[in-house]
Write a protein that binds this ligand. Structure first.
Ligand SMILES: *[C@@H]1O[C@H](CO)[C@@H](O)[C@H](O)[C@H]1NC(C)=O
Ligand SMILES: *[C@@H]1O[C@H](CO)[C@@H](O)[C@H](O)[C@H]1NC(C)=O
Ligand SMILES: *[C@@H]1O[C@H](CO)[C@@H](O)[C@H](O)[C@H]1NC(C)=O
Ligand SMILES: *[C@@H]1O[C@H](CO)[C@@H](O)[C@H](O)[C@H]1NC(C)=O
Ligand SMILES: *[C@@H]1O[C@H](CO)[C@@H](O)[C@H](O)[C@H]1NC(C)=O
Ligand SMILES: *[C@@H]1O[C@H](CO)[C@@H](O)[C@H](O)[C@H]1NC(C)=O
Ligand SMILES: *[C@@H]1O[C@H](CO)[C@@H](O)[C@H](O)[C@H]1NC(C)=O
Ligand SMILES: *[C@@H]1O[C@H](CO)[C@@H](O)[C@H](O)[C@H]1NC(C)=O
Ligand SMILES: *[C@@H]1O[C@H](CO)[C@@H](O)[C@H](O)[C@H]1NC(C)=O
Ligand SMILES: *[C@@H]1O[C@H](CO)[C@@H](O)[C@H](O)[C@H]1NC(C)=O
Ligand SMILES: *[C@@H]1O[C@H](CO)[C@@H](O)[C@H](O)[C@H]1NC(C)=O
Ligand SMILES: *[C@@H]1O[C@H](CO)[C@@H](O)[C@H](O)[C@H]1NC(C)=O
Length: 433
């Protein structure tokens, strides 16, 4: 019973926050209808953003509903004055040339430490940064300071479209431990979690690395190996399948409230207890936060024998089992023209009327200022609305699904002025509601 807390991968948490009542849900037995063909990572059907990122082809209308995802690219990101290079995940249409990272939540520059702050103001669900590109084996190395205090979780997650997952998770009440975990196709296994000892993750920058290879995964902190998982240890003799994370995955870095009262009791206990929304951080600096300094990504070759008919994207080409063998590298459209589109949209037929909207997200992300104020997001919103063929109700549902707060009223960040004068206010997601 108590062990149910391990259910709590980052994604499971987000699912539990989903509120919308008239949404169409999708899961292993109930796939999405053709009209809303894409199953988002929150288990809700839709078009547009639902078909990008963590769209799950296994639960969608068909494997062609989700757009293929962009292939890995070696990169090194120093998050110094970086907030203006981030693209809002809600306006991102899939052009990975425009941005290496998307965000939901609250970000701001922290020039004193040449870093980006990922914040979690009072009563919000925090912040998630995601790479726009996927990795199909590779290594990442991320330098950050975690958050702290009861109920506050900091996480680095490698996450695939079919819920393969390799994690670091940091519980705010145990700053000397990095918890590691992995999932295969979202399947719970109580024995997959293991701890690595480290030193005060809140006060010190540490470098967290995952070296994800076909036959093993290695977790290292500051260059010291803390855990090795061999693929051969994950073999299930009954099914003849390795329950090993093996499909293209993107990196997500997040701060979220595992101790919020909306969470299950098991999660709250795992998170170190109930979160105190009146803790000192909430008045000064005005939010819980983690500090992200640098991320390096090195790509490895795809598995031998992978079907290659192109170079630009990873795509599931068989719904047989959603394993490594079912992925091919192809050249295919990865960019939406409208938020009403999906991978099933026939762009060869009369789409000229909507093509002008393809630049929407670029418009909102190309401002030279890193002050992502309310008004700039209002502008983004009206642009999306005018260029989109979906109705407001559908869009609102999407934002509710992934919203940063259980009770979005918007503007939360505008009060976050304090002695961290070097910070520049990031942006607001809740503008939409
Ligand atoms: C899948 O979703 C359908 C429709 O919402 C629901 O009735 C069913 O119980 C779900 N199945 C599982 C295994 O969650
Ligand atoms: C994607 O973005 C890049 C960089 O802004 C741009 O040059 C390119 O035309 C865009 N591609 C599409 C299909 O919109
Ligand atoms: C936060 O939530 C609590 C409990 O639901 C509520 O009383 C409080 O007004 C909320 N505060 C803000 C700033 O939304
Ligand atoms: C990223 O790569 C650069 C260049 O090799 C190196 O100086 C830096 O220490 C690396 N950072 C991390 C977090 O691995
Ligand atoms: C859980 O994973 C371990 C290896 O991490 C494996 O030995 C065990 O058989 C798995 N159990 C189930 C029920 O999948
Ligand atoms: C990891 O450490 C936490 C305490 O921070 C503990 O509750 C948990 O049981 C440990 N997990 C494992 C697998 O040892
Ligand atoms: C798995 O492979 C590793 C490396 O080849 C080897 O050392 C280990 O004994 C193997 N474990 C099992 C359970 O076969
Ligand atoms: C193997 O897979 C079957 C079918 O999914 C599952 O019921 C069983 O628990 C797994 N066993 C182990 C040891 O992983
Ligand atoms: C390879 O991709 C091209 C388009 O890029 C397509 O026309 C062709 O049918 C594909 N071939 C195979 C074997 O899938
Ligand atoms: C896409 O549109 C073109 C032009 O209208 C049409 O010829 C073609 O059959 C359509 N393809 C599909 C798969 O609907
Ligand atoms: C959200 O806030 C409004 C007013 O700020 C309040 O009336 C409503 O009950 C809140 N809803 C939830 C779910 O907390
Ligand atoms: C951001 O811009 C708005 C309007 O352009 C201005 O009122 C506000 O003071 C600016 N905020 C910061 C932190 O620079």
């Amino acid at each position: 019973m108590k062990l149910s807390l391990f259910l709590l991968s980052f994604v499971a948490l987000i699912q539990s926050l989903t509120i919308a009542s008239d949404s169409i849900y999708c899961n292993t037995t109930a796939h999405c209808p053709e009209s809303m063909p894409c199953c988002s990572f929150t288990g809700v059907c839709g078009t547009g953003e639902y078909c990008l990122g963590s769209c799950n082809p296994a639960y969608s209308y068909s494997i062609d509903a989700c757009l293929p995802v962009p292939v890995c690219k070696d990169m090194s990101t120093l998050f110094n004055k970086y907030s203006d290079k981030l693209v809002n995940a809600y306006s991102y249409l899939g052009n990975a040339s425009e941005a290496d990272w998307t965000y939901t939540g609250y970000v701001m520059d922290y020039e004193d430490e040449e870093s980006l702050v990922l914040a979690m103001p009072k009563n919000t669900t925090g912040t998630v940064l995601s790479t726009t590109r996927y990795m199909w084996y590779g290594k990442y190395s991320i330098r950050l300071k975690t958050s702290h205090l009861a109920g506050v979780i900091t996480a680095i997650v490698l996450y695939s479209q079919v819920e393969d997952e390799i994690d670091y998770e940091f519980v705010g009440t145990d700053l000397d431990t990095a918890q590691t975990n992995f999932y295969w196709q979202g399947t719970l296994n109580y024995s997959n979690s293991a701890n690595i000892s480290t030193t005060d993750t809140f006060s010190n920058f540490h470098t967290y690395e995952i070296d994800w290879q076909e036959d093993k995964t290695v977790w290292s902190i500051d260059g010291v190996v803390g855990r090795t998982l061999y693929k051969n240890e994950t073999y299930n003799a009954t099914t003849g399948v390795y329950r090993y994370p093996q499909t293209p995955s993107r990196i997500q870095i997040s701060i979220w409230p595992g101790g919020d009262s909306s969470q299950g009791q098991g999660t709250i206990e795992w998170a170190g207890g109930a979160i105190d929304w009146d803790a000192e951080d909430i008045s000064d600096p005005g939010y819980y936060y983690m500090i992200l300094n640098e991320a390096n990504i090195t790509c490895y070759d795809p598995p031998k024998g992978t079907t290659k008919n192109g170079t630009s994207s990873y795509k599931f080409v068989s719904s047989d089992s959603f394993l490594e063998k079912d992925v091919a590298i192809v050249d295919a459209n990865m960019i939406l023209k409208n938020l009403g589109d999906s991978g099933l949209t026939n762009y060869t037929s009369s789409s000229s009327s909507s093509s002008s909207s393809a630049k929407t997200s670029k418009t909102t992300s190309s401002k030279s200022s890193n002050n992502k104020s309310d008004s700039s997001f209002s502008t983004a919103e009206s642009q999306i609305t005018s260029s989109s063929s979906i109705n407001a109700e559908q869009k609102t549902k999407f934002f509710q699904d992934l919203s940063t707060t259980a009770n979005s009223t918007g503007g939360a960040v505008s009060v976050l002025t304090n002695n961290w004068v070097s910070m520049v206010i990031g942006f607001i997601v809740t503008y939409i509601l």
